[in-house]
Ligand binder design. Structure first.
Ligand SMILES: NC(=O)c1ccc[n+]([C@@H]2O[C@H](COP(=O)([O-])OP(=O)(O)OC[C@H]3O[C@@H](n4cnc5c(N)ncnc54)[C@H](O)[C@@H]3O)[C@@H](O)[C@H]2O)c1
Ligand SMILES: O=C(O)[C@H](O)COP(=O)(O)O
Length: 343
């Protein structure tokens, strides 16, 4: 909470959650009409605190310079290091426009009595929509059909208009979701609308959810023609889907991973695609990012749909992130409990 009538905020630069979005959202939130008492008479002047927002680069030295005298930093990707925290004694609140404040040195923040907040849930809808798009692309081989026509004008309809090469439809297809959190539950809803037979494995979700079958991982793998991964990456889930698990899938199954690369053993996946045991994979996330030059995946272009970790990127996500961050700044300014705070 600020003592004076104005709070100095630095909106640190990023190409996605633009500083200008943060500035607008913070000004709007801090100077909210319902927070202000308005003096009678003319001109109307805000009575409550005013946000002075400065946009800055998130390069360490420039950030330190911009933070001189500032109480609040809103940032997305830039590292908030021990050096930054030590050099900015006025700083009291850092809000990270991400699912977790992974770019903040939390120990240093605690040492310097700085609260650290983040913005969960901002990209669940974007990621769920993207997942379903990837699934449809893999099931109907859309990129493989698109490439020759769009790049060379080559009409290869006959290639895919055969029984063997034609794709699968979601209606009536058994689809297994590994993880039923913010993204997984949204994917389930959309798949149900397509008429897919959706099953869920999530050890932290029990009983029946929305009429869906909740089952063990092995049972889900044996029954699913498509699996889609939506667990968080934790020590428990690292390598969750390896050669043994892929071997439980029915022949010709499809694997979708728009969650985190290390959930899945990429080598085992490539083996299964090369042998023809799996018919396709749609991946947005990888064991190593960017994809290393020696990766086998691009060599499997006929069977894979690959995107460079884009699932959580939509314009609405950037706008929601700025809004969630600004709401946290507003709570702090008003001395209310913070909603998503780790320190
Ligand atoms: N590709 C992208 O750009 C992108 C964007 C957003 C999120 N993600 C990733 O998508 C995943 C889901 O995100 P979310 O926001 O839904 O997370 P979330 O925390 O809301 O949900 C994760 C779910 O995984 C479950 N889980 C934990 N251990 C499990 C296990 N052993 N087996 C199965 N389920 C398990 C949890 O109970 C929880 O319900 C995360 O890995 C996240 O990092 C990727
Ligand atoms: O993959 C994701 O979760 C997002 O694209 C970015 O991750 P973040 O929530 O850690 O910013």
């Amino acid at each position: 909470m600020t003592d004076g009538n104005s709070v100095r905020v630095v909106a640190a630069g990023d190409h996605f959650v633009l500083p200008s979005l943060i500035t607008r959202a913070v000004e709007h939130e801090v100077e909210r009409a319902d927070v202000h008492e308005v003096r009678l008479g003319w001109p109307l002047e805000p009575f409550g605190p005013v946000a002075e927002v400065q946009e800055a680069s998130d390069a360490e030295d420039e950030l330190i310079e911009a933070l001189a005298g500032a109480q609040v930093l809103v940032t997305q990707m830039g590292p908030v290091t021990g050096k930054v925290l030590a050099a900015c004694p006025d700083l009291r609140l850092v809000v990270v426009c991400r699912g977790g404040p992974v770019n903040v040195n939390l120990d240093a923040a605690k040492d310097h009595d700085v609260r650290v907040c983040f913005a969960p849930g901002r990209n669940a809808a974007a990621t769920a929509e993207f997942t379903v798009g990837m699934m449809l692309a893999a099931l109907r081989r859309i990129p493989q059909a698109h490439d020759p026509l769009a790049r060379q004008g080559s009409w290869e309809g006959a290639t895919y208009y055969t029984y063997e090469r034609s794709g699968l439809e979601l209606e009536d297809l058994p689809v297994g979701l590994v993880g039923y959190g913010a993204v997984g539950s949204r994917v389930a809803r959309v798949l149900c609308a397509f008429g897919a037979r959706v099953m869920v494995h999530d050890p932290y979700v029990h009983g029946e959810i929305h009429g869906l079958r909740v089952t063990s991982l092995d049972d889900l793998l044996r029954r699913s023609q498509v699996i889609t991964l939506h667990a968080r990456l934790t020590p428990e889930t690292r390598g969750l889907i390896g050669a043994r698990e892929l071997g439980l899938l029915p022949s010709g199954a499809v694997v979708v991973n728009v969650a985190r690369g290390p959930l899945l053993d990429e080598g085992a996946l490539c083996d299964a695609l090369e042998s023809g045991r799996l018919s396709a994979a749609a991946l947005d996330t990888y064991e190593r990012e960017p994809l290393p030059a020696q990766s086998r995946l691009p060599g499997l272009a006929d069977r894979v749909v690959l995107t460079p970790h884009l699932g959580g990127a939509s314009r609405a996500v950037a706008e929601k992130a700025a809004r969630i961050a600004a709401e946290e700044v507003g709570r702090w300014v008003r001395g209310e409990p913070l909603a998503h705070c780790l320190t």
